[in-house]
Design a protein around this ligand. Structure first.
Ligand SMILES: NC(=O)c1ccc[n+]([C@@H]2O[C@H](COP(=O)([O-])OP(=O)(O)OC[C@H]3O[C@@H](n4cnc5c(N)ncnc54)[C@H](O)[C@@H]3O)[C@@H](O)[C@H]2O)c1
Length: 415
């Protein structure tokens, strides 16, 4: 299926996509993907917004996106794209060569910001002033918007997993967070909290694809609500957790009691290297662990591990063992192996989120956007963790926005 490269029905002004972690694997894959889609070089496989009924929404096209962002390392897009492509074998150097002029243009809007690399709760950098840092972030967003005359900007967090900051009641109110900023509390404010704050202050939509804190803090949700902005969950659901949330309800429906669900994740990319640090994987493990209890209504033994295996590169292997009990209390087991390329699974999902965020902002929607629950490991304000009812929320949202609704996916599948 060819992707719609222009605005679907109306000629909107351009939408900015400001990527935090713009030199990383997902960011590079996303940028390559956008340029390849614009040229009709690849299909739109992997993008939910390219199939009905979601594709019926009046959404922005790839040509409407202007990409920029920042990272803590200096590089250039052609270099990062070549490295990612060679390491994972997901796109050719010929493709990179073909779109080099476009990559060089995007590079002009990617800033190197080494100041953004403090570790909340660990180090105290005396030279860092968080208030000035946030003002700089806000100015960057203003300049980007003015330069390209953007109608709206979607800020997307694709940075590495952070150490969690200490808990504080100050996170529960906007005043509390602003006081922490004024007091330069680097122990209680991570870079991602500052990114979320700066994005909302500038009236941008904000997507947190990472397990990092930010939008889950009540104080920042208050800011989004004050600015009438939509907000979403944390941590994209792309692999093992996606399968888990689709499969766990089956055991529940058939009264097959899950005794243990053990999962081992092995990955060798930059994310895997970061998660190798026990302090950085706390939030990721928590997001992965939350889902089972909520779907099943009880707590089976559930071990989850994340191991760094450099030779695997971006190709993640998740091996899961499900030990369950049936009639006459007989114990049985199921195992599955998921082998997916992390960035190839993540990039189209991020594009879907960008389009749906812009759509929600354009329609003046604000508050927690539950219709994107199926896209996150940790959806906000949504008790429902099973994939299918979460996806139904997206279908209901689409139907509510359609002028001439067509039969829902689920309905048409049954015909
Ligand atoms: N790939 C998936 O399927 C998937 C799923 C869910 C969540 N995620 C999350 O997405 C994020 C990105 O994944 P990736 O594979 O692209 O990782 P990556 O390591 O390749 O890229 C991360 C980039 O962020 C930059 N960075 C680190 N700290 C920063 C900071 N404070 N400010 C700005 N830039 C910073 C790094 O220099 C790097 O370029 C990770 O947090 C990962 O956990 C990935």
């Amino acid at each position: 299926m060819a992707v719609n490269t222009t605005a679907h029905k109306t000629n909107y002004n351009k939408t900015g996509v400001w990527i935090l972690g713009a030199r990383g694997d997902i960011a590079s894959t996303l940028i390559i993907g956008v340029e390849a889609l614009k040229r009709g070089q690849v299909s739109s496989s992997g993008m939910t917004t390219e199939i009905p009924p979601t594709s019926d929404l009046d959404m922005i096209g790839m040509d409407d996106l202007v990409i920029g962002g920042l990272d803590i390392v200096e590089s250039n897009l052609v270099e990062s794209a070549r490295t990612v492509g060679q390491r994972s074998g997901t796109f050719s150097s010929d493709l990179v060569k073909l779109i080099t002029p476009e990559l060089n243009i995007i590079d002009q809007d990617i800033i190197c910001e080494p100041e953004a690399s403090w570790e909340a709760g660990i180090s105290q950098d005396n030279s860092l002033n968080i208030n000035s840092f946030i003002n700089k972030l806000r100015k960057n967003l203003q300049k980007f918007s003015e330069k390209h005359q953007l109608k709206h900007t979607v800020v997307v967090n694709l940075t590495s997993s952070e150490q969690l900051p200490g808990d504080s009641v100050s996170h529960d109110t906007l005043e509390g967070i602003e006081q922490l900023i004024m007091d330069n509390r680097q122990d209680l404010l991570s870079p991602s909290i500052c990114y979320t704050y700066a994005a909302f202050q500038e009236g941008c939509s904000y997507i947190n694809f990472t397990p990092n804190p930010g939008i889950d803090l009540k104080g920042l949700q208050q800011l989004a609500e004050q600015k009438n902005l939509p907000f979403y969950g944390n941590d994209g659901k792309t692999g093992e957790t996606l399968v888990k949330t689709a499969l766990a309800p089956m055991f529940l429906y058939r009264n097959l009691k899950i005794l243990s669900w053990e999962g081992v994740n092995m990955l060798g990319n930059g994310d895997g290297q970061t998660l190798n640090d026990p302090n950085c994987k706390v939030a990721k493990l928590r997001n992965k662990a939350n889902v089972l209890d909520s779907i099943l209504g009880y707590s089976p033994h559930a071990g989850i591990d994340i191991n760094y295996v450099p030779s695997l590169g971006d190709w993640k292997t998740a091996w899961d063992l499900i030990h369950f009990q049936g009639f006459l209390d007989v114990k049985m087991s199921m195992q599955f192996t998921w082998q997916g390329c992390d960035s190839i699974l993540a990039a189209p999902l991020v594009l879907d989120m960008i389009r749906l965020s812009e759509f929600a902002a354009r329609h003046g929607e604000s508050g927690p956007m539950k219709h994107l629950a199926a896209f996150f490991k940790n959806p906000l304000d949504c008790e429902e963790m099973a994939l299918h009812p979460q996806f139904q929320r997206l279908l209901d949202y689409v139907q509510a926005h359609q002028k001439n609704p067509r039969p829902m996916l689920a309905d048409s599948c049954c015909q």
